[in-house]
Design a protein around this ligand. Structure first.
Ligand code: AMP
Length: 285
């Protein structure tokens, strides 16, 4: 496995691969890798002859400096895991490589997809995500890029950027990998106290309840959201950042429980902000 920290090293390897006709799969990450990230790698390895993982905690996507400072780092273990999984190249730049001191700030946004969910409650977050992913796409020149559906809004925003700006890349969404109690795997789970970790299982159980109540005939969106909100708030130390129901394509709020809907939530359990979402198929009304 090659570890490249400089753009010149990365470009040199890429040119050899391109000459050989390799297809390149790219999995951008912020490190502290877990089995969810490795699902992206496995999906890439099935589809592409070379797989690149980037590890970069992108400062421009954190709207809260405390959250950025607390984001876990685990580079040695990350590299070991990547090696074990057969990653071909890890791109591990430092902040100066991605944002040289001389660089001119640039801002990208897709307003209609950012007015809900994390875009609404984390101002500036998707501007940072779009900026870094566009840069990484230009640097790694992948044929395929793999994103987790756990971060559904991110997947949707990146897919729209690729479509609108004609990046020659196919964006692939990978299903959410979960712990045995259903909690979505996340690097942030490590920051939960044992008690808060128990409480966090309310999130997947809330999704179960959401499905059960719809199948049980609940059709009133307001009542349904109240049932789910009350359920989450039974947990100690729980603060709901948002619980929203939107159209999976436009990410605009839906007005009734019919057809395909995205139920998405961000919940603070203690200090830690966890997100999860699922597309639900509601029976026609
Ligand atoms: P992160 O390192 O949290 O920025 O995540 C890097 C990529 O891994 C993103 O595309 C995430 O959506 C994806 N990812 C994170 N957690 C999971 C998970 N539990 N299942 C599947 N993909 C995930």
């Amino acid at each position: 496995m090659i570890v490249a920290s400089e753009i010149s090293e990365l470009k040199k390897i890429l040119s050899t691969w391109k000459q050989n006709g390799d297809s390149i799969g790219f999995c951008p990450t912020m490190g502290t890798l877990h089995a969810g990230h490795m699902d992206l790698v496995e999906t890439s390895k099935k589809q592409c002859s070379k797989t690149i993982v980037s590890i970069f905690i992108n400062p421009t996507q954190f709207n809260d400096p405390k959250d950025f400072a607390a984001y876990p780092k685990n580079t040695d273990a990350d590299l070991k895991l990547c090696e074990e999984k057969g990653v071909d190249l890890v791109f591990l730049p430092n902040v100066d490589v991605m944002y040289p001191k001389t660089s001119t700030p640039i801002q990208m946004s897709i307003p209609s997809l950012q007015s809900s969910l994390c875009g609404r409650t984390r101002p500036g977050h998707f501007e940072g995500v779009l900026q870094i992913v566009a840069k990484l796409f230009h640097l790694t020149e992948p044929n395929f890029a793999f994103f987790g559906l756990k971060d559904y809004q991110q997947f949707r925003v990146i897919s729209a950027m690729v479509e609108e700006l004609n990046f020659p890349i196919q964006v692939v969404g990978v299903p959410t990998k979960r712990e045995s109690d259903g909690l979505a795997m996340s690097s942030r789970n490590l920051r939960l106290t044992p008690k808060d970790r128990e409480t966090a299982s309310l999130i997947p159980r809330m999704f179960q309840l959401a499905k059960k109540t719809i199948m049980g005939g609940e059709r009133d969106l307001k009542v349904w959201k109240e049932i789910l909100t009350d359920f989450l708030l039974t947990g100690m130390n729980v603060k709901i950042d948002y619980l929203e129901v939107v159209d999976p394509i436009t990410l605009q709020p839906v007005t009734n429980l019919s057809g395909k809907i995205l139920l998405a939530t961000a919940v603070f359990v203690g200090e830690v902000r966890l997100i999860d979402n699922e597309i639900l198929n509601c029976p026609p009304t």
